[in-house]
Design a protein around this ligand. Sequence first.
Ligand code: IPE
Ligand code: IPE
Ligand code: MG
Length: 249
Amino acid sequence: MDKKEYTVEELKNKIDRSRLPKHVAIIMDGNGRWASKRFLPRNFGHQEGMERVIEIVGAASNLGIKHLSLYAFSTENWKRPLDEIQGLMKILVQYIRRELDKLHRNNVKINIMGDINKLPELAKNEVERAVKTTCKNTGMILNIGLNYGGRDEIITGIKNILKDVEMGKISIDDIDENTFKSYLYTCDQPDPDLLIRPSGELRLSNFMLYQVAYTEFWFSDILWPDFTEKHLLLSILDYQKRNRRFGGI
Ligand code: IPE
Ligand code: IPE
Ligand code: MG
């Protein structure tokens, strides 16, 4: 039977709740193409993409996913035209203003991956407000990649470790995989179990390079503005069929 025939409720019932991925990461791609297909400016695609962020964050949190990482803006996305960047920043501010209360009520904790000092003042202030408001929450951790790059994260981590070595806080011999991980933006969170990339591209585009060493990948041609709760559930069902060996047998 074609999976697409299942309803959301049926898919939910098929998911084994005892084997949910703890951490789901998503490269939210395809907004521009979604808009172009409709002869609309690219920012309409980003706007519709924000609606999917709201839907997927709610769905993941309701399902009991403990960590959700969303790639919203990369260190390479600054290469885009200024009006598109400004449009994206405006949508980010809009998202926080519209959703922060609900996220807080739902006990979601927002954690930012990336250096937000490079964001425009208003976006930076709203992001800081969102982080501060939700910092004591104990529900799902929502990691948002903003001016995020995996290589940049690793280099920043190395610099911070070297500073701590210099100050005598840790010694070189103390550095192992666990200490290094604590210097990344995801700090003490588990690595993603499942990484979803819609839009048909089969690449990581600099997302969570260190953390995805043993992550299961789920690629799909669906464009992000068309990615609904149903697709999230389908990806989790596929994930639950995989045999993760981590190098063992
Ligand atoms: C993803 O959609 C959003 C960001 C990268 C900010 P794109 O804007 O990359 O959409 P496509 O890939 O051009 O279709
Ligand atoms: C990845 O998408 C970045 C985000 C989704 C924020 P891009 O559209 O920037 O990636 P490339 O350029 O196709 O690799
Ligand atoms: Mg893209």
